[in-house]
Design a protein around this ligand. Structure first.
Ligand SMILES: Nc1ncnc2c1ncn2[C@@H]1O[C@H](COP(=O)(O)OP(=O)(O)OP(=O)(O)O)[C@@H](O)[C@H]1O
Ligand SMILES: [Mg+2]
Length: 857
């Protein structure tokens, strides 16, 4: 026999088998059975047992309700999904068992708890739907109201996921995909979530529209399916609560430069340094945004560099005007510092998860937003340039005064005692508060009155939770007790009493207290509803503020670090004068950073072979070119004295040696995979940065691969990309003899009396020494080893003269554009087994065999 509570639990748990069910019992969230065991081991809390029926002892673990956020954050970070089951009837007034209901399912992509969220990052939930190597992708951030969708091909899906860095990815259960989601938490959802007709209905119903046309995705079925599935999932998780999404936007990744994970890692855009933290990244140099919304916007800009020269020019002109007008800029930055996270606040308000303090801060911030706009308009030098942002700052004066007239000046976080509402806003509330105060003042003066009446000096009025207000008389004075005193409690040495009059006032206070709370709640709710009815206007303002914050930050950083405005062009050139690496120059403050020039173009200097000693600055130089290009394409100034940037469609990088043991791939395999992907995807408009290709294998193999890749990039008409190639294979410098657009650069070294000084200065020419042993010496390798190394080096150099004898082989074959595996696979895919004749089948087989043989030779 189960107890009724146990029965109720089992029924609810049955519907939430995939989640940990937190079952509210009074002041605790309890878990039972397997959930309890899991909870206890994950959170390190005690596992006990509770009787819940005859002879039945059930494992139990729980925690107090007020610790929910702390524990939620731990459970979510460990990848669990949590169902929160609350008591939905009042235990004091309901007969029998309290009713309970799951009010929310919390998953990594649907959390709203501020303490768990990172305010400088978006918290994206992504859904992906795949059909015939095409992907629908949709993402939502329920803390900011963003909801967007797109369709992508296979090669673009990973970069997009890495850009969004979602906390949770939804995919269809039983799906058989080649995508690698290992870096993210995934949730498998039923197939019907992705049905096209359901998805269309889901979206139409949610937005209350007849067609998907306004969202621009009417002809993108996979995007619709991904979006429909997200909506359904979020609705299911949030039960009856509101979802703060007001629109769906369709975007195309073609409008942005793809910044794949490889490149963003290699250029250390978001994370850098040895331990890959944020400290030594490009973002860390740039991010002095003053608002969390601005920080999120800057991150978004960095992840989505633009390809459109006009849009970039608008951003650059805005940054320029802000750099030129120091006074206004510093005023703007000062105002921005006092603006709260309007974007998340308005969402909290819409989902009824806000408090009076937050609402007041919204009003204050909106006021500041208007001030910011006025400040910009006042300065004629910048107002025109920033018009594209300021025009979206809406007028909120009505809302601001509405909030300010309703919420008191220093409001508490809760609505309990009515102090959150300003005096004068509601006559009814004021009256209730007045009556309550009168009743309270009856008690505060009661002691004095009763002492006078009874002539007992030690008479005391007190309050406790069990008996409420009481009058206490010491035993010595008991004979003076008036007749109307009713005995309540006997203590050692004293008695406690109440009177009828006290009872009346007391119940009045309690009654009024409830009325005050109810009315305060009602007023606050109405106010929030009013605010959320204009949420779109507020979001428009917050978006504009984020942009202004980002632009002012870029301007401030440009001034502080001496960046200049790049000239943008659609020609395939790159010309940088005195370029610097924005992160390395910050780190090496004690040393002067040596600036370097660059000239690259698809027609003349297309392929730079950069040789030079270890530690001389080759890697730094080629990365700085990538970073400067990236900065220019987000609309930022760049670390140089002048720069002409021919926009690139993508920056490809292959840098350093990395093992990917988690994927079971060797160092060299990873290197080759990444290189293959580069030469298969790069175009005439791309920028390719190769650092020591071929180093992971034997010298001859490595050299052979490095040379043929350089030749391929140079010769293949589909590529011809602007390329920087740093290498220790000094033999490659010979390439400039037979590759027309290849040129040699090296890093200057000063060598005198055995002293070697790295000048970090890039000059034309080739180097034939690596000074590797010298660097080993600097690193503290024992003297013995060093002198022996020099000895061996000497012998080797005498013995071999392979340095000078690389040639272009006459019988070279052109590499296929795609590896034949891919070709074979796509040919196989195109065969329809049901329609093919036996003869045709044999012919096709022969064709495939031929392809495969060719590959083996
Ligand atoms: N232009 C520069 N001005 C000042 N210091 C620099 C410059 N370039 C690089 N350095 C310093 O030299 C160090 C080594 O640079 P980097 O890693 O680019 O050398 P490298 O030539 O790629 O070496 P290796 O061949 O061993 O890979 C950097 O960490 C930096 O401290
Ligand atoms: Mg290097």
């Amino acid at each position: 026999m189960h107890t009724p509570a146990r029965l109720q639990y089992l029924k609810i748990k049955k519907e939430h088998e995939n989640e940990i069910l937190l079952f509210r019992m009074g002041d605790f969230y309890e878990t039972f059975d397997k959930d309890a065991e899991l909870l206890s081991s994950e959170l390190d809390i005690a596992l006990t047992a509770r009787g819940m029926g005859k002879g039945e002892k059930i494992p139990l673990a729980g925690f107090p309700y007020h610790s929910l956020e702390t524990y939620l954050s731990k459970l979510i970070s460990k990848g669990h999904h949590i169902a929160i089951c609350e008591q939905t009837s009042d235990p004091t007034s309901s007969k029998g068992i309290v009713s309970r209901e799951v009010v929310r399912i919390v998953t990594p992509g649907t959390i709203i708890e501020e303490s768990i969220l990172d305010n400088k990052s978006n918290n994206y939930l992504v859904s992906i739907f795949e059909e015939n190597d095409l992907f629908g992708l949709s993402y939502m951030d329920i803390t900011t109201g963003e909801f967007s969708t797109t369709q992508l091909n296979f090669s673009n899906i990973h970069p997009e996921i890495s850009r969004l860095n979602p906390s949770e990815i939804l995919i269809e259960e039983n799906t058989d995909t080649d995508l690698d989601f290992s870096a993210h938490k995934t949730t498998k959802i039923p197939k019907d979530y992705y049905s096209l007709s359901n998805s269309i209905d889901e979206i139409k119903k949610y937005f209350n529209v007849n067609s998907l046309e306004p969202f621009g995705c009417q002809n993108l079925p996979l995007a619709i399916q991904a979006s429909g599935s997200i909506l359904k999932y979020v609705k299911k998780n949030r039960k009856n609560s509101i979802i703060p999404i007001t629109k769906l936007t369709t975007y195309s990744s073609e409008n942005y430069m793809i910044l794949d994970k490889q490149t963003s890692n290699n250029l250390e855009v978001f994370h850098g340094g040895r331990d890959k933290n944020q400290k030594y990244s490009l973002l860390s140099v740039l991010d002095s945004t003053k608002t969390s919304m601005g920080a999120r916007m800057l991150k978004r800009w960095l992840g989505q560099p633009l390809l459109d020269i006009q849009r970039l020019q608008i951003r650059l002109d805005s940054v320029e005007s802000l750099t030129e007008n120091t006074l206004t800029r510093s005023k703007l930055i000062q105002i921005l510092s006092s603006i709260s996270d309007v974007e998340r606040i308005i969402n909290n308000i819409s989902i009824e998860n806000s408090n009076p303090r937050e609402v007041l801060s919204l009003a204050n911030s909106l006021e500041k937003c208007e001030k910011l706009r006025n400040e910009i308009i006042r300065d004629q030098n910048i107002s025109q340039k920033l018009l594209w942002t300021t025009k979206n700052i809406q007028n909120h004066s009505e809302m601001i005064s509405e909030i300010k007239s309703a919420i008191s000046e220093n409001p508490p976080l809760t609505l309990i005692d009515g102090t959150a509402i300003k005096k004068g806003f509601s006559k009814e509330l004021d009256k209730l508060i007045q009556t309550s105060q009168q009743a309270k003042s009856y008690f505060s003066s009661l002691e004095k009155r009763e002492r006078e009446k009874t002539n007992i000096k030690s008479l005391k009025v007190g309050y406790n939770k069990v008996f409420g207000y009481y009058i206490e008389i010491r035993n010595a004075n008991l004979e003076k007790t008036p007749e109307n005193y009713i005995r309540r409690q006997t203590l050692v040495g004293a008695e406690r009493f109440i009177t009828d009059e006290m009872k009346t006032y007391e119940s009045q206070i309690l009654n009024i207290q409830d009325q005050i709370t109810d009315l305060t709640n009602q007023i606050f709710k109405e106010l929030c509803a009013k605010i959320s009815s204009v949420s779109e206007k507020i979001l428009s303002t917050s978006n504009a503020i984020s942009k202004i914050d980002t632009l002012s930050t870029l301007a401030q950083v440009a001034i502080e670090n001496r960046y200049i405005k790049p000239t943008l062009t659609n020609k395939t050139i790159l010309e940088i004068k005195d370029g610097r690496h924005p992160v390395v120059e910050q780190i090496s403050i004690d040393k002067m950073f040596i600036p370097n020039d660059l000239i690259l173009s698809t027609t003349k200097d297309q392929l730079i072979i950069l040789t030079g000693p270890n530690m001389s600055g080759k890697s730094t130089y080629i990365r700085q070119v990538g970073i400067i290009t990236l900065l220019a394409q987000i609309g930022s100034f760049v670390p140089a004295t002048s720069a002409t940037i021919g926009l690139v469609d993508r920056i490809f990088t292959r840098v350093g040696l990395q093992d990917d043991l988690s994927l079971g791939q060797s160092t060299f395999m990873v290197e080759m995979l990444e290189t293959a992907s580069i030469i298969n995807h790069a175009t005439n408009k791309s920028l390719i940065i190769l650092d020591e290709i071929g180093r992971g294998t034997s010298t001859y193999d490595g050299l052979a691969i490095a040379q043929s890749i350089a030749e391929f990039i140079h010769d293949n008409p589909k590529l011809g990309s602007r390329t920087l190639f740093a290498t220790h294979y000094h033999e490659l410098t010979q390439l400039s003899k037979f590759l027309k657009r290849a040129c040699n650069y090296t890093v200057d070294v000063s060598e005198s009396e055995g002293e070697i000084i790295f000048l970090h200065n890039i000059i034309q020419g080739a180097s034939d020494k690596s000074y590797g042993v010298h660097v080993a010496q600097l690193a503290g390798i024992p003297k013995q080893v060093i002198s022996r190394s020099y000895q061996i080096l000497d012998e080797l150099e005498k013995k071999t003269n392979f340095k000078k004898d690389i040639k272009r082989s006459k019988t070279e074959k052109q590499l296929p554009l795609m590896p034949s595996d891919t070709i074979i696979k796509s040919k196989l895919n195109s065969i329809d087994i049901n329609k093919i004749t036996p003869i045709d089948a044999i012919n096709r087989l022969a064709e495939l065999k031929k392809l495969s043989d060719k590959d083996n030779n």
